[in-house]
Design a protein around this ligand. Structure first.
Ligand code: SF4
Ligand code: F3S
Length: 112
């Protein structure tokens, strides 16, 4: 089992999650983070930290697409353990439908 970052992180990326992870298993893309499924120890502490409810356990229904994306990009993007301020306009993207199709970027983020 692992926890998974899902669509609502895209263009929000508030980064509250990275500071609480005891095994530093978040990886940073240009506009979202992912969790490395083989490194996550299922402690669950990141889930309530996300202000936009983007993190779920992989036992939640319908997450296959996101589990695949987390695994794929966790090995392509840099590790991140230090929070930075989110983009000034992050609030306008909370809960917007279709964010993956409109905004997902495969480019790596800054990392630590
Ligand atoms: Fe890290 Fe725990 Fe969240 Fe997994 S569940 S990503 S180990 S904080
Ligand atoms: Fe994304 Fe939530 Fe973390 S918005 S960066 S999963 S705190």
């Amino acid at each position: 089992m692992t926890y998974v970052v899902t669509e609502n992180c895209i263009k929000c990326k508030t980064m509250d999650c990275v500071e609480v992870c005891p095994v530093d298993c978040f990886y940073e893309g240009e506009n979202m983070l992912v969790i490395h499924p083989d490194e996550c120890i299922d402690c669950s502490v990141c889930e309530p930290e996300c202000p936009v409810d983007a993190i779920f356990p992989d036992t939640a229904p319908g997450l296959e697409r996101w589990l695949k994306l987390n695994g794929e990009f966790a090995v392509a993007w840099p590790n991140v353990t230090t929070r930075r301020e989110p983009a000034a306009d992050f609030k306008q993207f909370i809960g917007v439908p279709g964010k993956f199709e409109k905004y997902f970027s495969p480019n790596p983020g800054q990392g630590d």
